[in-house]
Design a protein around this ligand. Structure first.
Ligand code: GLU
Length: 439
């Protein structure tokens, strides 16, 4: 029987979740789900000077937003906890004793150092292939500092052993560390897990993507209102792709197709435009209830008062295809929910300036007041008939009408917007506008 798949994401809580880290977590999660395995979240918080709680919350929030849920770890618990390195001191002591008994460590000015074996180490990596490291010049590495704190390489290996990790999937920046890690496994006489080092994410100009680069922080996507499924889809394609090179891929299918052997060896180039394009596809095509669910936090934050839930759904349907980022939703829908909307001064200067505009709007109001049916088609027909009889161009009614009922010169299709606003609001708004702008 093959060993059960157990993988982990092991971030250090820095207060920042980089898209590279999120992508590493995602690849681990995809691999676990594809193999009915377990995905562990381990917090590598040996550096106590950092504000742990907030920093850990950033990781939890980011992963959950992406829909990358862990099976063991952090706030979830599990058989192999604790899942915070800061709480695992006793385990590390035990392993240190083992190494000591084997004569593999010694003390040097208060630090504990591991005797480098100085023989070549082979990493047989699932993504990068077979790589031989000549370790003949390798210095003895410190595994514990004089102040008692532990060095990453040692605790990382101990935790992977204790948590029965079968595959270590991490960024290629750790590839050289792996030779050190394998030396530790050998000293402990424990079979190492399989390794898969996934390509780095680079900016379009080829530089390494750092914290300051646009699009590097997962928090930005959350704040700006990307669809999580779109960002997840985009991150899946950073270093991996399905055979047929399709781009919009739902998550169930991605899990089914995901294969570590197919991860690209070459570095992945980050393309925010492509991510934005995918995001737009997702937002425009998702079912209305999902669009509504994702929009709600932004609507609430903007203080828009929604009293009629069905009305909100109709309004959202109208604007859904216009939205590029969910943070823009309040601006697109605000005037549907208040009578106190502002009139865009530029649009007013342009659209309300001509002679006879208000009198035409007055006629439109009368026409609409007497309508038996209130739907987009009837509203359109009535406006066109009125334009003929005035006579004027349809645009000479359409543009002032839009500005009158919404305060702006652009928005969803006018007739659908009038239908959703409803007779009462439309008539009131036309009247108020005529009063306000008639000189
Ligand atoms: N804490 C390490 C990091 O954030 C973990 C590396 C690993 O996955 O082994 O880079």
């Amino acid at each position: 029987m093959s060993t059960p798949v157990r993988v982990r994401f092991a971030p250090s809580p820095t207060g920042f979740l980089h898209v590279g880290g999120a992508r590493t977590a995602l690849f681990n999660w995809l691999f676990a789900r594809h193999n009915q395995g377990v995905f562990v979240l381990r917090i590598e918080d040996t550096d106590k000077s950092r504000e742990r709680e907030d920093a850990v919350a950033v990781i939890y929030e980011g992963l959950r937003w992406l829909g990358v849920e862990w099976d063991e770890g952090g706030d979830k618990g599990g058989k192999f906890g604790p899942y915070f390195q800061s709480e695992r001191g006793a385990i590390y002591e035990k392993y240190l004793k083992t190494l000591d008994k084997k004569g593999q460590v010694y003390e040097d000015q208060g630090a504990i150092r591991f005797r480098a074996p100085r023989r070549p180490v082979v990493v047989d990596d699932i993504v990068c292939g077979r790589i031989e490291f000549d370790r003949s010049m390798e210095p003895d590495m410190t595994i514990r500092r004089p102040d008692g704190s532990w060095i990453f390489h040692f605790v990382n290996v101990v935790d992977d052993i204790e948590m029965k990790i079968s595959h270590v999937i991490r960024g290629e920046d750790h590839l050289t560390n792996t030779s050190k890690h394998i030396a530790l496994y050998q000293a402990l006489e424990i079979e190492p897990p399989r390794f898969a080092h996934i390509p780095l994410i680079l900016n379009r100009d080829g530089s390494k993507m750092s914290k300051r680069d646009e699009g590097s922080s997962l928090a930005t996507y959350i704040e700006q209102g990307y669809a999580p499924e779109a960002v997840r889809n985009y991150l899946c394609l950073l270093g991996w792709s399905p055979k047929d090179n399709r781009e919009k891929l739902d998550i169930a299918e991605t899990i089914q197709l995901f294969d570590l052997e197919k991860v690209n060896r070459r570095n992945a180039s980050f393309d925010l435009d492509k991510c934005n394009w995918l995001n737009y596809q997702y937002l425009a095509q998702m079912p209305v209830p999902r669009f509504r669910e994702l929009s709600l936090p932004f609507i609430e934050k903007a203080g828009i008062q929604v009293t009629d839930e069905a009305y909100l759904t109709e309004v959202l349907k109208l604007v859904q295809e216009k939205i590029k980022l969910l943070k823009d939703v309040p601006d697109w829908i605000g005037y549907f929910f208040t009578e106190d909307y502002d009139y865009d001064p530029e649009a007013v200067a342009k659209t309300f300036a001509g002679a006879g505009v208000m009198s035409r709007l007055g006629k439109l109001r009368e026409t609409y007041q007497s309508m038996a049916e209130w739907n987009a088609e009837a509203l359109e027909n009535a406006l066109k008939t009125l334009a003929k009889s005035i006579p004027c161009k349809t645009g000479e009614l359409i543009h002032p009408a839009r500005l009158a009922v919404s305060g702006r010169s652009f928005g969803p299709s006018l007739y659908h917007m009038l239908e959703v606003l409803g007779r009462e609001r439309v008539l009131t708004r036309l009247e108020r506008t005529i009063e306000k702008f008639t000189k």
